[in-house]
Design a protein around this ligand. Structure first.
Ligand code: AMP
Length: 313
């Protein structure tokens, strides 16, 4: 089952209470690809890079089965750059710098070889570019998932509203869900957002896990309590990559299967935060992922007597 992934391939400079990363490779599509390829192999990547983006990073992705025909290299320009600083809680961060560079005039072109993909993961990117990708697909994918952030709500809200009408699943964090809906209660926010287009909504709450909403149903998955969180950058994209990777691998887009997809995404995100950038994602094996899935099951597994123990008058 093939998946198109769209997003940034970038340089990041990250500051956490534990240190500074210097300039490292990041970007939403980079994390998405490393995560999703744990479950699916024919990933079709769409992005734009500058002259400065390391070839060995592309080679490493190609070795995992990522198709790069849709990654445009602009010879005389610099890659997208983002700098951020995490607060002491490691859950909140400030953006210090966003340099669009190659992204400023990016016009994604979907290669013919990408047509017919059944899953589309629109990683964090300008909403009008996310829309352009949808418009170029000759057949609508079975599932379209969109990730976005406050930056686009602040700078391109009307484009974002248009693309939201076209997608099935929206992924945002809790403050972004509140900003988008104008509602403080996440339950009310979920209702408002479902009226805007996406029938499924995933609200990420960092170290407090994630919520999945659909109609009147809600599912909650915790994040694994980790001894050390080193760098949360990319955790959201890694989560999204695991989510869509699992759905594509199982070819099942039901609410029930999305619950498993959320646990898989959470398991992968728990690795991502253990080191700067994508370094931890490059090390993990299928056994590591299975071990962590077991820890998730243990974390939330409990027996409780219900129903018949209720008091009757
Ligand atoms: P996450 O921590 O999952 O929200 O994703 C962090 C990644 O998103 C970083 O590697 C950045 O390069 C990338 N990023 C930051 N700001 C933007 C933006 N405005 N648009 C697209 N990608 C971004």
């Amino acid at each position: 089952m093939s998946v198109i992934v769209v997003g940034t391939m970038a340089f990041d400079a990250i500051e956490t209470p534990f240190g500074k990363s210097g300039q490292i490779v990041g970007g939403s599509a980079t994390y998405l690809a490393w995560a999703a390829t744990n479950f699916v192999h024919n990933l079709k990547q769409v992005s734009v890079i500058g002259n400065d983006f390391p070839q060995e990073e592309l080679d490493a992705l190609a070795k995992r089965g990522v198709m790069l025909d849709g990654v445009e290299r602009k010879k005389d320009e610099k890659s997208f750059f983002w700098a951020g600083r995490y607060h002491l809680d490691m859950n909140t961060r400030d953006t210090l710098d966003t340099q669009l560079n190659v992204l400023a005039n990016f016009d994604p072109k979907i290669p013919d070889s990408y047509q017919g993909a059944e899953f589309l993961m629109l990683g964090n990117l300008m909403p009008k570019l996310q829309m352009s990708v949808i418009n170029q697909l000759k057949t609508r994918p079975k599932l379209i998932v969109l990730d976005t952030m406050n930056f686009w709500m602040d700078t391109a809200m009307s484009d974002l509203e248009k693309v939201l009408q076209q997608v099935d699943v929206l992924m945002v964090n809790d403050s972004e869900a509140r900003q988008l809906s104008g509602q403080f209660s996440l339950v009310k926010a979920a209702k408002e957002i479902q009226k805007m287009g996406p029938k499924f909504l995933v609200i990420k709450k960092g170290e407090h896990g994630a919520l999945l909403f659909h109609e009147n149903k809600v599912f909650y998955a915790p994040a694994l309590p980790l001894e050390d969180v080193f760098d949360p950058t990319g955790a959201g994209d890694t989560f999204a990559g695991g989510f869509i990777g699992h759905l594509a691998a199982t070819k099942d887009i039901s609410f029930e299967n999305m619950k498993t997809a959320i646990i898989k995404g959470s398991a992968l995100a728990s690795f991502c935060v253990e080191k700067f950038g994508t370094s931890r994602m490059k090390e993990i094996t299928q056994n590591d992922i299975e071990d962590r899935m077991r820890q998730f099951v243990d974390l939330v597994n409990f027996d409780i007597e219900l129903a018949n123990s209720a008091v009757t008058s």
